[in-house]
Design a protein around this ligand. Structure first.
Ligand SMILES: Nc1ncnc2c1ncn2[C@@H]1O[C@H](COP(=O)(O)OP(=O)(O)OP(=O)(O)O)[C@@H](O)[C@H]1O
Ligand SMILES: O=C(O)C1=C[C@@H](O)[C@@H](O)[C@H](O)C1
Ligand SMILES: [Mg+2]
Length: 179
């Protein structure tokens, strides 16, 4: 594996970007970075607090700026925030600076994984499962458009996903101009 290559994980809340990203980085001897965690470390507050103080648009501006810096690094596995791909500039930067993997789960599965977590501001609604469905419909085309590789996470354990990624990633890494 070329140490200069970046791998960027995109997908909805609960898709497993943080979980899979951490494991994949360990397997490939790369550094793991999570854009949500970077934003929290930089601001010193939780993402839900940024949403409360600055609204979603304030958060998106911070997210775009921090991702602009992170994609310049080399040899990282980056778990992006679920809505990072809403920015056309970020979509372009991700595709240019690394291999983009879309972790694609079903809404039922994503809901099952996120329903007990109260820290996701976009799911603080009366019917969070319907909201997740809505987000899936809006974003699935954007994740697809951004990704070089789409991995179906349905019924797959993290270990199986890592095996599948290890089988499929190298061809994309070899073909990517930045690697
Ligand atoms: N393939 C998988 N099989 C079973 N459970 C999983 C799998 N991937 C993730 N999980 C579990 O689902 C939950 C959400 O995963 P994770 O936090 O990695 O998602 P995420 O994509 O980073 O979400 P967010 O966008 O909110 O940060 C965690 O409890 C994790 O253990
Ligand atoms: O799907 C989203 O828009 C979000 C996902 C999380 O990763 C965080 O970036 C934040 O809660 C927003
Ligand atoms: Mg995460």
């Amino acid at each position: 594996m070329d140490k200069s290559c970046n791998i960027f994980l995109v997908g909805l809340m609960g898709a497993g970007k943080t979980t899979i990203g951490r494991l994949l980085a360990r397997h490939r001897h790369l550094e793991f970075v999570d854009s949500d965690q970077e934003i929290e470390a930089h601001t010193g507050v939780r993402i839900s607090t940024i949403f409360e103080l600055e609204g979603e648009s304030g958060f998106r501006a911070r997210e775009e700026a921090i991702l602009g810096e992170l994609v310049q690094r080399r040899g990282i596995v980056l778990a992006t925030g679920g809505g990072a791909i809403l920015s056309p500039l970020t979509r372009q930067r991700l595709r240019q600076q690394g291999v983009v993997v879309y972790l694609r789960g079903s809404v039922d599965q994503l809901w099952h994984r996120t329903r007990h977590d109260r820290h996701r501001p976009l799911l603080k609604t009366e019917d969070p499962k319907a909201r997740l469905q809505e987000l899936f419909e809006i974003r699935d085309p954007l994740y697809r458009e951004t990704a070089h590789l789409i991995v179906d996470t349905a019924q797959q354990s993290p270990q199986r996903l890592i095996c599948q990624l290890e089988l499929e990633l190298d061809a994309h890494v070899l073909a990517h101009p930045s690697c």
